[in-house]
Design a protein around this ligand. Structure first.
Ligand SMILES: NC(=O)c1ccc[n+]([C@@H]2O[C@H](COP(=O)([O-])OP(=O)(O)OC[C@H]3O[C@@H](n4cnc5c(N)ncnc54)[C@H](OP(=O)(O)O)[C@@H]3O)[C@@H](O)[C@H]2O)c1
Length: 404
């Protein structure tokens, strides 16, 4: 059976080997990022920066790279050369090959105005890079996550809310535990938050006073192969009766990867330090607004049937995994979609309309290999399979027509 990890890996490889549309070929990135879209103009920054991007070739990274280049900055990449190798060949000043979990010596003797750390989950990775970077960078930006928050039932979580402590028995600095800790992080979301929180502390220790910690919620948009948002545009575009989670006015938060990436670069330009939640949209959004925003960019005439959480639970339909983006606004996830981003908004974080995110995500999704598109509708990564969706809808209707 194909595991989710293998699937993403193999489909990414297939995607690279596939013929790409002319629009996609025109870009160094596998998708025309905003900075390269016809008619989209990006102003040059007043002072060019020498920026090191750790990672840079996955999902959010390519948007940072293209936007920063359009702003006139000098970009160096550091990664293992495994994910989309050669993607920015001839576009970035330098490509350094190394492994944050191993050999980082390619960073030796280098100096940068800004480092943007995308891949790090384990605190050891920050330390491993710092042996060469410490004292040689003027600003370190760490892309963290809102999963660092300990109590997701808190409504209006701010940057001061408590974070997840390291679970007993896990030491992500010990070489013999590092790889198992990494595995534990991917298998257990609670550990992911703990490692990221500890990595934030490592950043603050290594780069005191000159660090920025950015905590995004669910990142969505083109290039996201996890299907956590992509499921909705893909499914709604197929039309028919669509199972929608719980109640239309349940809260909903996410951030478009382009909004996140561009704001990250602007934070570098402004030399803004501190910790920030990066969460959209600007004003509270309901799950119905999101789903109708997606529907607005399709022509298939989908109809939503809202099924209460109690019934979804009986049917073993999972929040987040099956009903993606959505989390029950009750109990331990009551605050999950109601966190506070006012600090980042005050520093210039902006959000494009949901219809733009939906349209671009759907356009990108349709360029994915056929097997990958099918996998989305079969719920193989995230999202509910159309077969299971039909069963749940039928059961819901049967329960409504049966006299008590
Ligand atoms: N996706 C979400 O919804 C979400 C939500 C909140 C926070 N986040 C955070 O967002 C961050 C950004 O992720 P992204 O995938 O968009 O970043 P990205 O920079 O676009 O892609 C990840 C990069 O890291 C590199 N990399 C992976 N392992 C490495 C290693 N051991 N040493 C050196 N480089 C390595 C990869 O290249 P190679 O494979 O070639 O090394 C790739 O270039 C992550 O830290 C994640 O925790 C994500």
């Amino acid at each position: 059976m194909t595991t989710r990890r293998n699937f993403i890996k193999s489909t990414a490889a297939i995607g690279g080997a596939m013929g790409l549309s002319p629009l996609m070929r025109a870009s160094a990135a596998p998708w025309p990022v905003d900075a390269e879209r016809p008619g989209h103009s990006v102003d040059r920054a007043t002072a060019p920066l020498n920026i090191l991007i750790l990672g840079g070739t996955g999902f959010t990274g390519p948007e940072q790279v293209e936007y920063a280049i359009a702003r006139g900055h000098r970009i160096t990449l550091f990664n293992r050369g495994k994910t989309r190798p050669g993607m920015f060949k001839g576009k970035v000043a330098e490509e350094l090959i190394g492994d944050l979990n191993g050999d980082t010596s390619a960073l030796k003797g280098k100096q940068f105005d800004v480092v943007i750390d995308n891949p790090t989950t384990l605190p050891f990775w920050v330390k491993n890079a710092a042996q060469y970077l410490k004292g040689n960078v003027k600003h370190y930006i760490f892309i963290s996550t809102t999963s660092v928050y300990r109590d997701q039932s808190e409504i209006g979580i701010t940057e001061n809310s408590p974070t997840v402590p390291m679970p007993a028995g896990l030491d992500p600095y010990r070489p013999d535990q590092r790889n198992s800790a990494q595995l534990a992080a991917s298998a257990n979301p609670a550990n992911y938050g703990a490692f990221k929180a500890r990595a934030e502390q490592e950043v603050q220790m290594q780069y005191p006073g000159v660090n920025t910690v950015i905590r995004p919620c669910l990142i969505v948009g083109p290039l996201d192969r996890t299907d956590r948002f992509t499921y909705w545009p893909a499914r709604i575009d197929k039309g028919g009766e669509v199972l929608a989670p719980d109640k239309p006015d349940d809260p909903c938060q996410f951030i478009d990867s382009r909004d996140l990436a561009e704001w990250t670069i602007r934070m570098a330009e402004m030399r803004e330090f501190g910790t920030f939640n990066a969460i959209g949209p600007a004003k509270p959004m309901t799950i119905a607004e999101m789903l109708y925003g997606v529907k607005a960019v399709t022509t298939a005439g989908a109809q939503f049937t809202w099924v209460p959480w109690e019934f979804l639970q009986q049917q073993k339909v999972r929040p987040w995994r099956d009903m993606t983006v959505w989390q029950p606004p009750y109990g331990r996830t009551a605050g999950y979609q109601r966190r506070d981003a006012s600090k980042a908004i005050a520093k210039g974080l902006t959000f494009r309309p949901v219809a733009v995110t939906a349209k671009d995500t759907l356009d990108w999704h349709k360029t994915r290999p056929e097997a990958e598109q099918l996998a989305t509708l079969n719920g193989e990564i995230n999202g509910l399979s159309m077969k299971r969706e039909a069963e749940v809808l039928a059961a819901w209707k049967a329960s409504r027509s049966t006299p008590p």
